[in-house]
Design a protein around this ligand. Structure first.
Ligand code: NAP
Length: 142
């Protein structure tokens, strides 16, 4: 199956299953291990990061559905977010904001009163679509 079909499947929120996310990631990892990922159609660069983020967001949506079906009082809400470019080891300390500032949206989400926000992706406290934030990486991917 070409990469764009995997991308489409992982965006198909209504039909998304944990097994599908696992199968997609396992397939990609196998192709990386045996060195065939580019001949299978994946981009040479950034695919690992982009695909990991697509998987995280797909998993957020699957878990959000599953956990919100818990009985009243036992519900768990799950969201994901983009912290902006943060000064950490990952960016070689070249980000624009501190880790504390990067944690702002996560803390804000965790402390929302009467948590009913679920299965969403945020950036700077705003509900957005992860493809908007990762558009460069995503374009590379598909
Ligand atoms: N920094 C940014 O600008 C930025 C932007 C967007 C998204 N993010 C995302 O935010 C997350 C954290 O990034 P960061 O910037 O804080 O990176 P970081 O400073 O490099 O920290 C990464 C953390 O992940 C841990 N880790 C790495 N591989 C692991 C593994 N296999 N099992 C368990 N723990 C593991 C590391 O543990 P050790 O210290 O023990 O190695 C470290 O604590 C990542 O998912 C990143 O993609 C970061």
């Amino acid at each position: 199956m070409p990469p764009e079909d995997y991308g489409r499947q992982l965006e198909d929120v209504d039909n998304l299953l944990e097994e599908l996310i696992d199968a997609t990631m396992t397939k990609f990892l196998e192709q990386v291990k045996d060195g065939t990922w580019t001949s299978e159609g994946w981009s040479q660069t950034n695919t690992d990061y982009s695909l990991s983020k697509i998987a995280v967001n797909a998993f957020t949506e699957v878990m959000a559905k599953k956990l919100s079906e818990h009985p009243e009082g036992g519900k768990i809400y799950i969201n994901s977010y983009y912290p902006s470019m943060v000064k950490t080891a990952m960016t070689g300390w070249a980000g624009q904001i501190t880790p504390e500032e990067g944690a702002d949206t996560a803390v804000w989400l965790s402390l929302l009163p009467d948590q009913a926000v679920n299965g969403k992706f945020f950036a700077e406290r705003r509900d957005t679509f992860f493809k908007t934030v990762f558009s460069a990486g995503y374009a590379e991917l598909v």
